[in-house]
Design a protein around this ligand. Structure first.
Ligand SMILES: *Cc1c(COP(=O)(O)O)cnc(C)c1O
Length: 285
């Protein structure tokens, strides 16, 4: 598999402001964004004893899809544990779920084992692990080389916070983020698991309104459409709408030009767009 690295940094304007955009969505069709960075370690190193990878999380996750690509490439079995798969998804497989199944993923609702054999690689939900630092350091090195003579503020929306945390560790610039999965307390806890020194944590920004992960919001879809129209870039529908809303709401917190990290996730949009369409149709009835 060839990864197009370094990913380009483009200049975009949105609502009259200029931003820099790191296009990690362009790394590779099957292995892109944030999950490509986090799992890069497993592409570059040899794992002679490994025959199987086990992970868990939601049935539409980007991490799940990327792991299915990795497992297929390396000839590993891939067993993925979920709490449940919605009836709709089961009868109409699409998006990350469909493509991961096509890559040979075995999905199960069995409880996660407590211990693993030596030949099994276990990956926490969303790829929260020390090995993620390897690929994220490469991302940081690219940014340093590309922003040689410019001081920038980095912004990216967080799930587990792994990407934001390692970026702050490896970059001389200030990293800002917003929690999309849990609240600020959850995100701080995630940071602390990977780095006990709080001075090395990214700055957490918030929106006035509280949003719940995976729920549909009119303003999310609206800004996603507007971003696509104005910048010609398709952003992800799970994390980026909250990211952009938060960044715009907190524009006074930034001191330098903002470098926004596009963390991929476009394959996952397929299911999100279907859900938004169904919501819009129901509303118009
Ligand atoms: C996984 C993911 C995130 C969250 O990354 P974390 O390192 O868990 O904070 C953000 N955006 C996209 C598109 C993702 O796939």
């Amino acid at each position: 598999m060839t990864l197009s690295l370094p990913s380009p940094i483009e200049k975009i304007s949105f609502r009259g402001e200029k931003y820099l955009l790191k296009r990690d969505d362009l790394i590779n069709h099957d292995f892109s964004g944030n999950k490509a960075r986090k799992f890069h370690y497993f592409l570059d190193h040899d794992f002679h004893d490994i025959t199987k990878v086990i992970s868990y999380g939601s049935a539409q996750s980007n991490a799940m899809y990327s792991l299915s690509v990795l497992a297929k490439l390396r000839g590993w079995d891939f067993v993925y544990h979920v709490d449940h798969v919605s009836g709709y998804l089961k009868s109409n497989p699409h998006g990350n779920y469909l493509y991961a199944l096509q890559n040979g993923m075995q999905i199960t609702q069995d409880t996660l084992p407590q211990t693993f054999e030596k030949s099994t690689l276990f990956i926490h939900e969303g790829g929260r692990m020390a090995e993620a630092g390897y690929g994220i350091q490469k991302l940081a090195d690219e940014i340093k080389a590309q922003c040689e003579d410019e001081c920038v503020d980095i912004f990216l929306p967080s799930g587990t916070g792994t990407t934001a945390l390692f970026l702050q560790k490896y970059l001389p610039f200030k990293v800002y983020t917003t929690p999309c999965v849990g609240d600020e307390v959850y995100l701080k806890k995630q940071f602390l698991m990977l780095e006990p020194d709080e001075r090395e944590h990214p700055m957490i920004l918030q929106t006035h309104k509280k949003y719940h992960f995976g729920k549909l919001y009119d303003e999310f879809f609206k800004i996603w459409v507007e971003l696509k129209k104005e910048t010609n870039v398709e952003f992800d529908l799970l994390y980026d709408p909250k990211g952009w809303l938060c960044m715009l709401e907190n524009e006074n917190s930034f001191e330098n030009k903002i470098l926004y990290i596009h963390q991929g996730g476009i394959l996952g949009n397929e299911s999100m767009i279907k859900r938004y369409e169904r919501k819009i149709i129901e509303k118009d009835r």
